[in-house]
Design a protein around this ligand. Structure first.
Ligand code: ZN
Length: 264
């Protein structure tokens, strides 16, 4: 196998679509060719990144059902006979696309695609919010796991707020809520959606609350329903031209109380 042939088969190989003989040849070639090995490693890495949490979106529950519901109902004549119990051979499985009568009509296909497009259009904003919430949860988890909760550890907002000066091109609103049972414990820089944001860290008993803050984009109405991702609650709100989002494993009720304090 030569390099052009290797590159030609690289995608199907990594997708596990090659037959054994070709797959073995691919392995043999990449073992002996540094350039092709590097190329396949880079592509593997890209695939891994793309399938990772913040970038990969699962279709929301019910989407398949909604698309199915939008398809034309089959007339009785086109309904296939009941299937015999599967014998596992697979050869007798009913394949609708092999049956002309059961094929989707062009109109059905168009309406299905239209429903899909409309669905995606409506969900796009939700997806972006979900992606952001996912990134925030990832940041939150990382800050706890890596024991990198703050770059500046202080319960004094007069220490935390100036710390951000020169590191961000905005000055996040920083307040301490020790008296209300939500002490400020520090702050750090984070990146969300490719932009540097302020992360303010609060505690409630043993729970950590990460509050992310960045300037609101124009046209951002700030409304977003609270979400629960991987067991973490995510709440968004807006204030004084800022967008804020809190992430915590604290129960939703107390996190809500905290957010109300932050909104004041
Ligand atoms: Zn090669």
């Amino acid at each position: 196998m030569d390099c052009p042939r290797f590159l030609e088969l690289l995608h199907p190989w990594l997708d596990g679509e090659l037959d054994l003989v070709n797959a073995l040849e691919m392995e043999r070639h990449s073992d002996g060719c540094g350039a092709c090995l590097a190329e396949s490693a880079a592509l593997r890495d890209l695939k891994a990144r793309l399938s990772h949490g913040a970038l990969a979106f699962a279709a929301p529950p019910g989407l398949a059902a909604r698309i199915r519901a939008s398809l034309p109902v089959a007339s009785p004549a086109s309904v296939p006979p009941a299937l015999p119990a599967s014998d596992g051979s697979g050869s007798k499985r009913w394949r609708p696309w092999h049956r002309p009568r059961a094929r989707l009509g062009a109109a059905g296909l168009v309406s299905a695609l239209l429903a899909l497009a409309l669905g995606f259009w409506a969900m796009n904003a939700g997806f972006r919010r979900d992606a952001l919430a996912g990134e925030m949860v990832a940041c939150h988890v990382r800050s706890l796991q890596a024991d990198h909760l703050f770059d500046v550890a202080s319960t004094d907002r007069h220490t935390v707020k100036p710390w951000f000066t020169g590191k961000l091109d905005f000055s996040p609103p920083v307040a301490d809520f020790s008296e209300e049972g939500f002490p400020l414990v520090g702050g750090r820089l984070e990146y969300l959606g490719g932009h540097p944001v302020a992360a303010l860290v609060y505690r409630r008993h043993l729970h950590v609350i990460n509050v992310f803050c960045w300037p609101a984009a124009s046209g951002d109405n700030g409304r977003a329903t609270p979400k629960t991702l991987q067991g973490y609650h995510v709440v968004f709100w807006s204030r004084d031209g800022f967008r804020l989002g809190a992430v915590s494993d604290l129960n939703a009720e107390e996190l809500g109380q905290f957010v109300e304090l932050m909104k004041r």
